[in-house]
Design a protein around this ligand. Structure first.
Ligand code: TXA
Ligand code: MG
Length: 348
């Protein structure tokens, strides 16, 4: 399957209407259009066409038991896809939409089973990125879209990443610059009595608890059919990735440095992902191999850069990546969720 992929540069501040109309027309014709969103780039197709949806799985090599998120440009559009929106969910939508959160609700028949992999629920998201919103509005269709990476690879936060993975596999790619959040949306199942956090993301558990009160947290190791996406290894770089876990930063860094030295001695190319504070305690002669992702105190920055840095290290041909864990709360919960899945091994 080789397609000729058109790339369009569109600015989020002033989205070019002609280019958007061209891409919207592709969506209406059942074609594949990659678009930017505030979380990560999405590989989009008309959510109401089963053929279009099927071609998404093919293009990214996605297992066909992992359902897709449907993107809308209003709550009204969401209402057409789901059986009901309970009052508390409506309140949460009002609080967090448009933005980085997906609500899983009971679906209407109009949503093809190819989108949901046979589940009776569908995940719906109203993105805040203006290019994504305008694309949905102009297509006048809900757009089904997984992250626009080859299955198993780190999610794309720049058009360059999409081109690496999907050039020749999609009809168009909209380059809209860097994704601002940089991690995929929070996924919360609100189809039952108790809300269940299926995937931590841009909207934090703490923020959700303010609206919902008690929230159940899905066990990310469980092979439950409730959260099909969780059973796959994700976000994996080519390099072997060791994650150093533990309560305090300095002992973790010390263990990381020991590993770094022993791998280097064996002749391997080893990269370290670290904060600017941690970089200071690494011998200066190795600083070229240290990839700094902001300060320890700015986890939002780390979230926005983590997928990019994993891809960058792969491009440079490293054999190993070493990193320490960050605190598991706020946005840290989403970061940890992704890097634990990306890691080859967690070292305690
Ligand atoms: O930020 C995002 O969510 C990005 C952008 C493009 O919107 N999309 C994204 O899609 O991350 P994807 O396909 O990479 O991840 C979708 C996740 C998967 O873990 C999937 O299992 C879960 O959402 N999901 C989708 N529909 C579901 C449903 N009906 N029930 C349970 N989980 C669902
Ligand atoms: Mg994905």
């Amino acid at each position: 399957m080789t397609k000729s992929t058109k790339v369009f540069c569109i600015s989020e501040k002033r989205p070019n209407k002609k280019k958007l109309e061209y891409c919207a027309n592709l969506i209406r014709k059942g074609k594949l259009v990659v678009f930017p969103s505030e979380t990560v780039y999405g590989l989009g197709a008309n959510a109401l066409s089963k053929n279009a949806v099927q071609s998404i799985y093919k293009a990214k090599g996605r297992p066909t038991d992992n359902p897709l998120i449907v993107h809308v440009s209003s709550i009204k559009m969401a209402e057409k896809l789901v059986l009901e929106i309970p009052a508390i969910v409506r309140k949460a939508m009002g609080t967090f939409w448009p933005g980085p959160i997906t609500f899983v609700l009971k679906k209407k028949k109009i949503v093809p089973s190819q989108v949901t992999c046979g589940l009776d629920t569908v995940g719906i998201r109203f993105p805040s990125n203006r290019i994504a919103r305008r694309l949905i509005e102009i297509s006048d269709r809900p757009i089904a879209a997984p992250s626009a990476n080859l299955s198993g690879k780190p999610s794309p936060t720049k058009a360059k990443h999409v081109i690496e993975d999907l050039n020749g596999r999609v009809d168009a790619i909209i380059n809209g610059g860097n994704a601002s959040v940089g991690l995929e949306s929070t996924v919360i199942d609100v189809s039952g009595d108790l809300p269940i956090l299926l995937r931590p993301g841009g909207i934090t558990l703490e923020e959700l608890e303010k609206v919902f009160g008690v929230i159940d947290i899905a066990d990310s190791n469980a092979k439950s059919p409730k959260c099909p996406g969780m059973k796959y290894r994700h976000y994996a770089p080519n390099a072997v990735f060791y994650l150093f876990d533990g309560k305090n930063e300095n002992p973790k860094m010390n263990r990381l440095k020991l590993k770094f030295n022993s791998l280097r001695k064996k002749g391997y190319k080893v990269a370290i992902i670290a904060s600017k504070e941690s970089k200071k305690i690494i011998n200066e002669k190795y600083h070229d191999d240290v990839f700094v992702v902001g300060s320890r105190t700015n986890l939002l920055f780390l979230a926005s850069k983590i997928f990019n840095v994993l891809r960058k290290i792969d491009r440079k041909g490293y054999d190993y990546i070493l990193m320490t864990t960050c605190p598991n709360d706020g946005i840290g919960r989403a970061i940890m969720n992704r890097i634990r899945k990306a890691a080859t091994k967690v070292i305690n």
